[in-house]
Write a protein that binds this ligand. Structure first.
Ligand code: ZN
Length: 131
């Protein structure tokens, strides 16, 4: 069972997709197991991080921009190599434990779709894995 969701993103953003992921798990009717949340893009990613203080997302985007700035040495003609680096650093998926039909997340954790080269129309998938 694979669930697909679409997003319209800003230039750079972390979009909280915890609700959509929880909805997919509920629809699957799986009570215990694991779920994969996957992003099929090369300049976007998926991560789990704090969902309480919005300054955490702001600081993560700031830190990634400082760590992976655009560089004149980059050759990729599309001009978005910094976004490709950020996407690989973040990763393209997370695996969740499903307990009692819900993702097992810490109090302060949320699941984020991370855009590094928007605005674009993006998608992500949630795939339940057996038991
Ligand atoms: Zn590119």
């Amino acid at each position: 069972m694979i669930f697909e969701y679409t997003l319209n993103t800003a230039r750079e953003d972390f979009i909280n997709i915890t609700a959509q992921t929880g909805e997919a798990i509920t629809k699957s009717t799986i009570k215990e197991g694991t779920a994969l949340v996957y992003c099929p893009h090369t300049t976007a990613g998926i991560t789990i991080n704090e969902n309480a203080d919005p300054d955490v997302v702001r600081d993560m985007l700031f830190g990634l921009a400082k760590t992976f700035p655009p560089r004149p040495e980059f050759r990729h003609a599309e001009g978005n190599s910094a976004a490709h680096l950020k996407a690989s650093a973040i990763g393209s998926s997370v695996t969740l434990i499903i307990k009692n039909g819900k993702p097992l997340l810490g109090t302060w954790q949320g699941i984020y779709f991370c855009e590094f080269d928007g605005p674009r129309n993006r998608k992500f998938f949630v795939k339940m894995l057996a038991g």
